[in-house]
Design a protein. Structure first.
Length: 416
């Protein structure tokens, strides 16, 4: 088992796992997920389907992001990060924290800096290193100094931040949900339009009543904003709270994000001969603009009605069957006929989202940004080996080797 974990800590294995996850994510992003596959009977009649179409339909019908393959590779990636942190990054950090002294004959690497100065400049050199924020240690006649230890800690924070993002995504995938509802004004609904039936197991009982829906228009007639006023009810029907939301102003209520998404018209109410009627509208798209059309079924009033917006007016056909008459809701259509168009039955589109892993994901991204900057700081080490006649100065760094060499040589020259 330990050998398997060490194998997962290999960077090549981690890159391969990331490559597989990227391919799966690209497929899941390009093709809409959750489509119902075509039945075999229908497929037999569609003999002209190409192999590419069959593969595309298979990808669309396969839930990539919730599949076992995607989950297992995500889990392996998390284990790879943890094992790499434990077996490689943390030991490397401990080694860097260690204080290493050695004699000239025991240098186990090729230094980036190798210089010699007279023994009389030892005190001045130590002072210069302190002034440039080096941590300095002495053992007999040898000295060791380092700077930028945070640069070695950066990769560990990078791994930790990615793990936070994976954990937050897992929490959101298991406990979060995204519900979309299209609710007529005045109706009471429950959250039920979920993408997966398994979500019903932990979906909260949250009755919603739409109190009102309205649209504001600009002077040119273009839609400016639309609003929904709704009430949150208890399981027994009593009002717990109410809120008003719009497209540009979503709300965060009890850790639920409420969004105004769309709207529609399903019909209108009418009063005729002391009775109330509900007459449906049918949607009609003209020049990429949504309109709603219906037919008045009352005697001597068989007219076509066309609704274009929620300003309270609609067009009606005249005797020549032209849509030139303008009717208003709330007033009789004729002085001789007791027929009143009361109000439009509009629907509001709501999206209710619950994402408990958001904080952990944001924390991971924040740490990732910070660690990216920290990782670019250079980690530099300097050894001063005292000989009877001279001081040997050896230095190494992990970044900007030329800049490090010029910095130390400039420091040495400033002593003369």
């Amino acid at each position: 088992m330990r050998q398997i974990v060490r194998w997962l800590a290999d960077m090549r294995v981690a890159i391969f796992i990331v490559f597989i996850l990227v391919i799966l994510s690209i497929l899941g992003s390009i093709y809409d997920q959750g489509e119902i596959p075509q039945s075999p009977i229908v497929s037999d009649f569609n003999n002209s389907s190409s192999l590419e179409e069959n593969v595309t339909n298979s990808i669309k019908s396969y839930p990539i992001f919730s599949s076992f393959i995607f989950k297992i590779f995500t889990f392996l990636f998390g284990v790879s990060l943890l094992s790499c942190t434990y077996f490689q990054q943390l030991p490397s950090y401990d080694i860097c924290r260690g204080i290493n002294f050695f004699k000239q004959s025991s240098i186990p690497f090729k230094p980036d800096l190798d210089s010699n100065v007279s023994n009389q400049y030892l005190r001045s050199l130590i002072t210069k290193l302190f002034d440039t924020n080096y941590s300095l240690f002495q053992k007999r006649t040898g000295f060791y100094a380092y700077q930028g230890l945070a640069g070695r800690f950066g990769p560990i924070v990078v791994h930790f931040s990615i793990i936070c993002i994976l954990i937050g995504s897992l929490i959101s995938a298991l406990l979060g949900f995204n519900v979309q509802e299209l609710v007529p004004k005045g109706e009471i609904v429950y959250l039920q339009n979920v993408p997966s039936p398994a979500t019903f197991d932990y979906l909260p009982l949250l009755p919603i009543r739409i109190n009102d829906f309205w649209i504001t228009y600009q002077s040119t007639g273009i839609t400016h904003q639309f609003y929904s006023n709704l009430s949150i009810l208890s399981p027994y029907g009593s009002e717990k709270d109410w809120l008003t939301l719009s497209v540009n102003h979503p709300l965060n209520f009890n850790n639920y994000q409420w969004y105004q998404t769309d709207w529609d018209v399903v019909g209108f109410t009418a009063y005729y001969n002391k009775m109330f009627y509900q007459i449906p509208f049918n949607e009609l798209t003209v020049n990429q603009s949504k309109n709603w059309v219906t037919w008045l079924p009352f005697p001597n009033q068989e007219r076509i009605l066309l609704l274009q917006d929620l300003t309270g007016k609609l067009f009606a056909s005249n005797q020549e069957k032209n849509l030139q008459d303008i009717l208003e809701f709330g007033s009789p259509i004729s002085a001789s006929i007791n027929l009143i168009l009361l109000e439009v039955i509009s629907c509001t589109g709501l999206q209710i989202r619950f994402d408990p892993g958001t904080f952990v994901i944001y924390l991971g991204f924040g740490l990732l940004i910070i660690s990216a900057f920290v990782s670019y700081s250079s980690y530099s080490r300097i050894w001063i080996i005292s000989n009877p006649s001279k001081l040997k100065i050896i230095g190494v760094t992990n970044r900007s080797k030329q800049g490090f060499t010029l910095q130390i040589l400039k420091l040495i020259n400033s002593m003369f």
